[in-house]
Write a protein of this length. Structure first.
Length: 227
């Protein structure tokens, strides 16, 4: 009986974690949102124990953090972390794009083309979360062509860590063509098996995204200072 009870509790924690994780990834729970254990337990219909465990997992994965007088919150955006994360992304994703474009197969290029068209449609409809999901699927296809699964898994881990930044960057760029222009360049590089062109397109895309998010954080900080 005690074993069954622990298994049931773990399964509930898994479900609560999945709900909270999806809410953070979609922006439904934006950066800075307080994760009040009793409120969440009431909303999802569980006791507080699975919620505590789910929040602990979010903290371990870097999606939540403890703050004085607040408890657990969805991790705040910071300029320092932005620079560190995007510096790392530039190193890893540039190499993944270069290797992927050089070694990509015809069926993988076809998959990128199909995802690219869906991405364009999502951009036109202003579906931010759908855009990000499709963009990551598009890039993952290219990166997997590097035939380096460790590199790919490291990159996807960074994507989860900086999802809140990516949402901000996508919203800030939703009025121009930068959300699809760089992906088009990556697609052309993949078709041409041009690793150097893929590296250049990847770097330009990430540098522009970092600049957009940095400008947003600066504006946000100025607003907070004026309050």
């Amino acid at each position: 009986m005690s074993i069954s009870t622990r298994v049931e509790s773990t399964l509930l924690a898994d479900k609560v974690h999945a709900v909270l994780h999806d809410a953070i990834m979609s922006g439904e729970l934006p950066a800075g949102s307080r994760l009040r254990i009793r409120d969440i337990a009431e909303q999802v219909g569980t006791s507080v124990m699975p919620v505590r465990e789910a929040i602990r997992r979010l903290e371990e994965s870097g999606l939540a953090e403890r703050q004085p007088h607040k408890g657990a919150v969805v991790k705040e955006l910071s300029l320092a972390e932005l620079l560190h994360v995007y510096d790392t992304r530039l190193l890893l994703e540039g190499e993944a794009a270069r290797l992927g474009a050089a070694g990509i197969m015809a069926d993988e290029v076809e998959s990128m083309e199909e995802t690219y068209e869906k991405l364009r449609a999502a951009i036109k409809q202003g579906q931010i979360v759908e855009m990000l999901d499709l963009d990551e699927a598009f890039l993952a296809t290219l990166y997997r062509a590097s035939r380096n699964p460790v590199l790919v898994s490291t990159i996807t881990g960074l994507w989860r860590q900086c999802r809140a930044y990516k949402i901000v960057g996508a919203v800030e760029a939703s009025t121009d063509d930068s959300l699809w222009r760089h992906q088009h360049d990556l697609l052309v590089a993949a078709r041409d098996r041009d690793g150097a062109a893929a590296l250049a397109a990847s770097n330009e895309s990430l540098e522009e995204a970092r600049a957009r998010i940095r400008a947003h954080l600066a504006t946000q900080a100025q607003g907070a200072a004026g309050d």
